[in-house]
Design a protein around this ligand. Structure first.
Ligand SMILES: NC(=O)c1ccc[n+]([C@@H]2O[C@H](COP(=O)([O-])OP(=O)(O)OC[C@H]3O[C@@H](n4cnc5c(N)ncnc54)[C@H](O)[C@@H]3O)[C@@H](O)[C@H]2O)c1
Length: 416
């Protein structure tokens, strides 16, 4: 039985808690902390006994000492580092939402402090726990591909998602936020390092903000979609879509948004950043970026992030065979995976276990998968060791951004 405390009971914290609540033989939620009371109460409901200590102030929560074996930290990006440091001091093992911190130096400090304190930190790299990426890892581990020589991965953010989060939303401005390659692509950077079983040695990266700029605004478009835009009927990014087919996106930005009456949503769109024309925002983060790098073990990797595609794909090239797979266009949540044997020329499909749609399909099954794995990670004989698991992927992402900004190849000094 792992006792769990939750700091930050927002969308992510509640999601993990509700999944853990379905496994009462293995996990018990014993404490919750959030500045918003109803969110904390939702987490408390995930323990059927109702025996959950609740804190509306992080100082009271930390002053109460170590209340559980594991602390889930699911506050916002800028708070992760400080919250994780305080949790390490108390000796909590930590499931930390990504990104671990705002800079590479802070991530390295978390790793050092965790090692010194004997604390295990797992990052919420939920894609590792999806049936698809587990299947990719199993193919690599089976040896069917031989020795891995190079990898290519792509993440299509999807244009409306880009607009929602990286043009109008929380991660639109580089100042005060982690770079796109970390905020959105830390999963992909992690997967490349996880599959390569190595760390980055040298990386170059390019990318810029191309489309979501003033000069691309259609003629006569006002600053807000709600101010009578003449293009409302034809614009894919028109904010009125939040009232219809894009309503699910409100879940993350408007309490009760999924069921709120249209008038309330309209009021929100007229005043919040999400009603702004995507060509008239104050965004400056990239809408496309590529990286190319060499890992310490010689494997070469390249990765493309673009707003103008939807879903992830990966190709892995080995001495015996190659692998191709990813999300299918025809069914957004379905993945396909095949392996080709060089010698025989035979291509075979790899079966991906179907996710129970009635269950927790979040992140392609990864949200369910990571909670289901908590005891294998953090339990008495768990696989994690003290330190920050997943540091390699963050290092790759931060150094790629350094390369993009400096327009220079970045090499990791030996011994780091
Ligand atoms: N692993 C993934 O794939 C994934 C996906 C989405 C988001 N995230 C990350 O998860 C984190 C949380 O995202 P979210 O969508 O749940 O955000 P959210 O805003 O819904 O949740 C954050 C919660 O923290 C609470 N909070 C803020 N400051 C606090 C404090 N000082 N003490 C206690 N509670 C405090 C807020 O009230 C809120 O309930 C973010 O860092 C985000 O980048 C990760």
């Amino acid at each position: 039985m792992i006792k769990i405390a939750v700091l930050g009971c927002g969308a992510r914290g509640r999601n993990y808690s509700s999944i853990a609540g379905t496994m009462p033989q293995r996990y018990e939620i014993v404490a919750a902390c959030d500045t918003v009371e109803w969110r904390m109460q939702e987490v408390a409901k995930c323990n059927a006994s109702g025996n959950v200590q609740q804190f509306s102030d992080e100082n009271d929560f930390f002053a109460a000492g170590k209340l559980a074996d594991l602390l889930i930290i699911a506050t916002q990006d800028r708070d992760h580092f400080a919250h994780a440091l305080r949790a390490i001091e108390l000796g909590y093992d930590i499931l930390l939402e990504k990104p671990a911190a705002q800079t590479l130096e802070e991530c390295e400090e978390l790793d050092r402090r965790a090692r010194a304190a004997g604390v295990k930190i797992g990052l919420c790299f939920v894609l590792r726990y999806t049936p698809f990426y587990r299947a990719v890892k199993a193919v690599i581990d089976s040896g069917r591909l031989g020795r891995i020589i190079s990898m290519h991965a792509c993440e299509g953010v999807e244009p409306f998602h880009q607009a929602h989060s990286y043009v109008r939303g929380h991660w639109a401005k580089s100042e005060g936020a982690t770079p796109m390659i970390l905020a959105k692509c830390s999963h992909d950077a992690d997967l490349l390092c996880w599959f390569a079983e190595s760390e980055i040695n040298e990386v170059s990266s390019y990318g810029r903000l191309d489309f979501f700029r003033k000069e691309n605004a259609p003629e006569g478009a006002p600053l807000r979609c709600t101010d009578g835009c003449p293009h409302a009927q034809t614009c894919y990014y028109d904010a009125h879509h939040y009232l219809t087919d894009k309503r699910r996106w409100l879940r993350m930005i408007l309490d009760g948004g999924l069921t709120a009456p249209d008038e309330k949503v309209m009021e929100f769109l007229q005043t919040s950043p999400w009603g702004r024309c995507v060509f008239h925002c104050d965004n400056d983060v990239v809408d496309h970026q590529v990286l190319a790098g060499e890992m310490r073990n010689g494997i070469t990797v390249n990765f493309t992030m673009t707003a103008f595609e939807s879903g992830r794909s990966i190709e892995i090239y080995g001495t015996h065979g190659s692998l191709k797979g990813g999300q299918m266009w025809k069914e957004a949540h379905a993945y396909e995976l095949s392996v080709r044997d060089h010698a025989s020329g035979i291509t075979s499909e790899v079966e991906i276990p179907q996710i129970d749609e009635a269950g927790y399909a979040g992140h392609g099954g990864g949200d369910y998968g990571i909670v289901d794995s908590l005891d294998q990670l953090f339990g008495e004989h768990g696989s994690l060791r003290p330190g920050l698991d997943g540091l390699a992927g963050h290092q790759l992402a931060f150094l790629a951004e350094k390369s993009r900004l400096s327009k220079a190849r970045v090499t990791v000094p030996m011994g780091k």
